[in-house]
Design a protein around this ligand. Structure first.
Ligand SMILES: CCCCCCCCCCCCCCCC(=O)OC/C=C(C)/C=C/C=C(C)/C=C/C1=C(C)CCCC1(C)C
Ligand SMILES: [Fe+2]
Length: 496
């Protein structure tokens, strides 16, 4: 799957440039055939304003949030986008640039702090700002919650308690309420995991959930709380100034049951250092927990390589900078549930289909070594998606992702996590986004459905398009092109 595509024209710069919002939805020109059952809205979040006046924002995650919507209805497609409006006087950022997801019957645009923004998914209007601290003991939650079949939302967040007691809290927000009250009012902390280091909790971006377990990976990228507490009051300081690496802890896995008692496994699962942003999936199999992850090797923080000045360099410079950054790898880790002291020194993983190992050491720690599912030099499989409604927390075959070539998104990839076979969609001078999987109604196969991605093709007459791919073969079914560039988007959802 390693990409040999080069980008000497540096067309990727266009996805990091400011655009105007639209006054009304604009029609798209459709080529190909959009499946007749595909009617709904693709909602996505990303930065859209990369400077204020003459003052540029410096980091990829700093641009002001822009919400995008492609509406698909009766074979027609329209595109709309709107900037967010913010309340002044907030000390921690509420720039909901990362994702949008439902809670009950409402939709929220989010970053990773305690502020989430309720939006109208039709008009893209900002409805209200919600401070999660009013309901939960958390200082923020990730932009990657899990949602159960009944609509219950689970998430994980840092908690900086009284006397600097640190914990990672798993929170639960119930589904839509019969009495129409706001489910957030009934949210609660269900499990608390201790931090390995006093004063320095790890940064987290997502977590794993199986039918019966939560999986939390404590990575060596740390939040320096003293810097965090002062950053918001120092002019010019940003949340990027709060991060630092721990070069000795490696990476710790924590496992806890989902039942109300929230039993935390006392076993110390350890492995070498990596950065982790995205869990792909996790599941239980024959007494083991299988955890598939998009990792970046080492403790050096990947976000340090995502400054706009670097991403907007000439292609040769972009490549040089990526050579110095942590290297990506899709990995499978396997955690044994049943551990006996007399099994010291042996590999405890007996699943026949994986080479991942877990070895019990004399100090009681269990050292994990992964099976590599995909690896290519400076070629990341990132922004992973699965057939979530069918495979969340279950044994599965297919993951879909955005291919990053030296951090530049230039292809869409399908990965069979069992056979390691890959499929690629790629087109000259095209810059796609995270592919969202939408299942065909009544499908019986895991990969029977479509992938939706927003693609930017800078030189084209209509430089932005919604791409519809057949998820089985990764071939193009249709594209809906609009007469505007669409800046980079991180995450989003399909609302049928
Ligand atoms: C789509 C293509 C992008 C092009 C380049 C991307 C390269 C990506 C390589 C690695 C993958 C990283 C994925 C990250 C995806 C993403 O959506 O990131 C956005 C993250 C943001 C905006 C994070 C914001 C975090 C904040 C505001 C944290 C605040 C906090 C602290 C600093 C300490 C206390 C806790 C709290 C409040 C969470
Ligand atoms: Fe993410």
């Amino acid at each position: 799957m390693a990409s040999r595509v080069e980008h000497p024209a540096a067309g990727y710069r266009k996805i990091f440039e400011t655009v105007e919002e639209l006054n009304e939805p604009i029609p798209a020109k459709i080529t190909g055939v959009i499946p007749s059952w595909l009617g709904g809205s693709l909602l996505r979040m990303g930065p859209g304003l990369f400077e204020v006046g003459d003052e540029p924002f410096h980091h990829l995650f700093d641009g002001q949030a822009l919400m995008h919507k492609f509406d698909l209805k009766n074979g027609q497609v329209t595109y709309y986008r709107k900037f967010f409006t913010y309340f002044r006087g907030i000390e921690v950022t509420d720039n909901c640039v990362v994702n949008v997801y439902p809670i009950g019957e409402d939709f929220y645009a989010v970053t990773e702090t305690n502020y989430i923004t309720k939006v109208d998914p039709d008009s893209l209007e900002t409805l209200k700002k919600v401070d999660l601290c009013k309901y939960l003991s958390v200082n923020g939650v990730t932009a990657h919650p899990h949602t159960d079949t009944d609509g219950t939302v689970y998430n994980i967040g840092n908690c900086f308690g009284k006397n600097m007691s640190l914990a990672y809290n798993i929170v639960k927000i119930p589904p839509a309420q019969k009495d129409k009250s706001d489910p957030i009012e009934k949210s609660e902390v269900v499990v608390q995991l201790p931090s390995s280091e006093r004063l320095k909790p790890s940064y987290m971006h997502s977590f794993g959930m199986t039918d019966n377990y939560f999986v939390f990976v404590e990575q060596p990228v740390k939040i320096n709380l003293l810097k965090f507490l002062s950053a918001w009051s120092i002019r010019g300081a940003t949340y990027m100034d709060c991060f630092e690496s721990n070069d000795s802890m490696g990476t710790w896995f924590h496992l806890t049951t989902r039942d109300p008692a929230g039993y935390l496994s006392s076993h110390k699962f350890r492995t070498s250092a990596f950065n982790l942003f995205h869990h792909i999936n996790a599941y239980e199999d024959e007494g083991f927990i299988v955890v598939d992850l998009c990792t970046w090797k080492g403790h050096d923080f990947v976000y340090n390589y995502l400054y706009l000045a670097n991403l907007k360099e000439e292609w040769e410079e972009v490549k040089k900078a990526a050579m110095r950054a942590p290297q990506p790898e899709v990995r499978r880790y396997v955690l044994p549930l049943d551990i006996h002291r007399e099994e010291q020194g042996k590999n405890l993983v007996s699943l026949p289909y994986t080479t991942a190992t877990a070895v019990l050491h004399s100090d009681g720690t269990i050292w994990l070594e992964p099976e590599v599912l995909f690896s290519g030099p400076r070629q990341a499989f990132e922004f992973p998606q699965i057939n979530y409604s069918l495979c969340r927390g279950k044994k599965y075959s297919f993951a879909y992702g955005l291919g990053l070539n030296h951090f530049i998104p230039d292809r869409i990839v399908k990965l069979n996590v069992q056979t390691k076979e890959t499929w690629v969609w790629q087109e000259e001078e095209c810059y796609p986004s995270e592919p969202l999987f939408v299942p065909t109604p009544g499908a019986t196969e895991e990969d029977d459905g479509v992938l939706l991605s927003i693609v930017v093709k800078p030189g084209a007459e209509r430089p932005g398009f919604l791409l519809v791919l057949d998820a089985m073969k990764l071939t193009e079914l249709a594209r809906a092109e609009v007469n505007t560039i669409i800046p980079v988007t991180f995450h989003g959802m399909y609302k049928p």
